[in-house]
Design a protein around this ligand. Structure first.
Ligand SMILES: Nc1ncnc2c1ncn2[C@@H]1O[C@H](COP(=O)(O)OP(=O)(O)OP(=O)(O)O)[C@@H](O)[C@H]1O
Length: 285
């Protein structure tokens, strides 16, 4: 359970995963023909194919109602798609029993939501430890994980505090530590900066970026914000429940143009070839 991966150092945009003696390591996330239809023929998501390699930071963008949350929920095993298959770290999610799915979500998936959803009656450290305790794994190694996780998000001295004693940005940093503590195959973040001021948003995005670059984590983030998308390796654009564009190494200005165009047309062409500015350039939230 306590896997700590180092960053792959791969150039973004490179498709192949790392190779072992047994062959290529599976992608962190694979969707094959994944669709979601509600009753009365409401199609929230038309069949989507998507592979997210390990060590990738992906933004999912699109206008309101375009299917972003539906895609994220199906991909994360929070909702069952009505078509297609989802694999997380090579495990086919669609065929798991509810109990096995719950265990997979707890042990192999991290979540960061717009509202941090910390348990108010637990301390900051207990909140971070929660996924470990629920998974039946605590002890010395768990304690060290929590300590390291809080130090990583700059809150090493605040483990005994109550969530109510922290700012919104600090709470969201705790939520990031909690999402990473099990060493998950993938972290899903749904508008993680949507409730934060620009400085706090920048802190959270920098933590997610570092989790990918330094520790080889994989992050899929739904966002409306072009500035947030500019922290990622690739942005996927949805409109009307379909994938209508992808942009590698997105920058905020280009993403803003694409988002504006999506307000007017159903399809969009992305150049994908422009150079992203440096890690800090154009990323100030
Ligand atoms: N439970 C449901 N029953 C019926 N239709 C639904 C349900 N949930 C979502 N939808 C519809 O599916 C479509 C996609 O919704 P979804 O929430 O995935 O969009 P979104 O891009 O995340 O929107 P937003 O940015 O506003 O959160 C919308 O038309 C929505 O009305």
């Amino acid at each position: 359970m306590f896997r700590r991966r180092r960053g792959t150092g791969r150039a973004t945009g490179e498709r192949a995963g790392p190779v072992t003696a047994q062959g290529p390591v599976s992608d962190a996330l694979t969707l094959e023909g994944v669709g979601r239809e509600y009753r009365r023929g409401v199609v929230a998501l038309h069949p989507v194919d998507l592979a997210v390699p390990r060590g990738r930071f992906l933004a999912v963008m699109g206008p309101s109602g375009s299917g972003k949350s539906t895609l994220l929920q199906c991909a994360a095993g929070l909702d069952r798609p009505t078509a297609g298959t989802v694999r997380i770290g090579g495990t086919e999610v669609s065929s798991l029993s509810e109990a096995a799915l719950t265990r997979l979500r707890r042990e192999r998936v991290g979540f960061v939501f717009q509202a941090h959803a910390l348990v108010p009656s637990l301390s900051v450290a207990e909140n971070v430890a929660l996924p470990l305790l629920l998974g039946g794994t605590a002890g010395t190694e768990g304690t060290e994980r929590v300590r390291q996780g809080l130090a990583d998000v700059g809150l090493g001295e605040r483990g005994d505090a109550a969530p109510s004693e922290l700012s919104g940005g600090q709470c969201q940093r705790v939520a990031v530590a909690r999402a990473l503590v099990t060493g998950p195959d993938i972290v899903f973040a749904d508008e993680p900066t949507g409730s934060l001021d620009p400085a706090a948003a920048r802190d959270v995005l920098a933590l997610l970026r570092r989790a990918v670059d330094r520790d080889g984590h994989t992050v899929v983030m739904v966002t409306h914000d072009p500035v947030a998308a500019a922290w990622t390796d690739e942005a996927l654009f949805l409109a009307g429940g379909r994938v209508v564009g992808r942009e590698t190494r997105p920058d905020a200005a280009q993403v803003g143009r694409i988002m504006r165009s999506l307000g007017r047309v159903e399809g969009v062409e992305c150049d994908g070839g422009h150079q992203r500015r440096g890690r800090d350039g154009g990323r100030a939230a």
